[in-house]
Ligand binder design. Structure first.
Ligand SMILES: [Zn+2]
Length: 405
């Protein structure tokens, strides 16, 4: 590596080894040397450092090849946690996960986030307390990932989009969390976080080209192309909710006409079912999905029509970026085949055969917490890319005692 200072080279090697140990969990020092091409002595020096920092531990339990079992290195999973928050338009969900994306604790509450930023900020802080208070004192807190229901400005992710969330002008949720808890906060769009969760732990593991479509109050897509999240030049990539599906359709909250979100967003679906069923109509998407599962005709029709509209948007996606999979998330995705069958029918009519043959439409394997788990994964991804974040992480009790609720 020409031009890199010795210190940088050591950082790169340290990150390389730690990532391998995290991924494989059963490697000896000589395995590490063989896999990376680094000398035994370089590996030894770095591993000693990692042991000293308690990032890894030694274990004698190894596959037996006869003779003395080699000492293998394992990542100290149990010493770390990450927090992910899904701040939706109408809810806040927080999760605490280990470094394998496993859920350790969870809190969720409904709130009108769009119109009440002060209340939402207080709820964010409360939600984080709820999930971290169950951690043991020694566990180290790597950071918070915050998923927000709007496209983000890559230059200033904490300044939320004024067109989608006008009441939030002047409010900075990332700054509030960072000042309250003293840990780093990373912010991204909710559909991007959902895509990340599905790629790391869910329905798109090892899939390099897929699209995650979040079907909730808002509708958005996370584009995972060539093995990376694709954000576009200004962070707006994937705003599928505001592509026009019907030029004569209803006016969307973005001001345009006939957007996908205006046709299938939660608000529109609930208005439709109320028009059909009157005062006894379901008042949430979960209720709507349950009614459709029971075979109630108007609920089934509303979801069927939504499936057709999502199909139109997904057909366009297929022709545009040729993903090998589409993963549907968000509350409407709970409808499963009731939604996916009409969607596939539309795809068969619309998408070019060549792209459809490779295509595959599935619902989230992680379920309703996928965006929050993706937000936590965002922190993990950053920490594996820059392992000094793990070294710097302090026991959560120290961080959280900066302030009390
Ligand atoms: Zn719109």
């Amino acid at each position: 590596m020409r031009g890199a200072a010795p210190r940088q080279i050591r950082e790169i090697n340290r990150s390389l080894l730690l990532n391998l140990i995290w991924k494989e969990q059963q490697l000896s020092r000589s395995d590490l040397s063989r896999r990376t091409g680094l000398s035994r002595s370089t590996v030894s020096v770095i591993v000693d450092e990692l042991l000293g920092d308690e990032l890894v531990r030694e274990s004698h339990v190894a596959r037996s090849r006869g003779g003395r079992p080699p000492i293998v290195l394992q990542f100290s999973d149990e010493r770390f946690f990450v927090v992910g928050i899904d701040m939706g338009a109408t809810h806040v969900t927080a999760v605490r996960c280990d470094l394998r994306g496993r859920l350790l604790s969870r809190f969720s509450s409904r709130h009108d986030v769009q119109t009440d930023p002060e209340g939402a900020l207080a709820l964010l802080v409360h939600a984080v307390h709820e999930v971290i208070d169950q951690a043991s004192d020694e566990e180290r807190w790597v950071g918070v990932g915050l998923a927000v229901p709007c496209p983000i400005d890559l230059e200033d992710p904490d300044g939320l989009n004024p067109r989608i969330l006008p009441r939030w002008v002047g409010h900075r949720p990332g700054q509030v969390l960072e000042e309250t808890f003293g840990v780093p906060v990373s912010i991204d769009n909710d559909a991007n976080m959902g895509a990340l969760a599905e790629r790391w732990w869910g329905a798109a593991r090892n899939v390099d080209d897929f699209v995650y479509v979040k079907l909730g109050t808002g509708v958005g897509a996370g584009l995972y192309l060539n093995g990376h999240l694709y954000r576009g030049a200004g962070g707006l990539a994937g705003e599928i909710g505001h592509t026009s599906i019907d030029p004569n359709g209803p006016i969307c909250r973005c001001g345009l006409t006939g957007c996908l979100e205006a046709m299938i967003g939660t608000g529109h679906l609930l208005r439709q079912i109320r028009e059909a069923d009157g005062p006894h109509a379901p008042s949430s998407v979960t209720g709507l999905v349950t009614a459709a599962r029971r075979g109630e005709p108007s609920a089934t029709a509303v979801i069927h029509e939504a499936g057709r509209y999502v199909g139109l948007a997904v057909a366009n996606l297929f022709n545009l970026v040729n993903p090998s999979r589409v993963v549907l998330g968000g509350s409407l995705a709970d409808a499963g085949e009731l939604l996916v069958a009409p969607l596939r029918a539309t795809l068969r009519e619309r998408a070019l055969h060549t792209t459809l043959a490779e295509g595959d439409v599935v619902t989230s394997r992680i379920g309703p917490d996928d965006v929050a788990i993706g937000a936590a994964t965002h922190v993990l991804e950053a920490a594996l890319a820059d392992t000094s974040r793990l070294t710097r992480a302090s026991p959560w009790s120290a961080a959280a005692s900066l302030t009390s609720e």
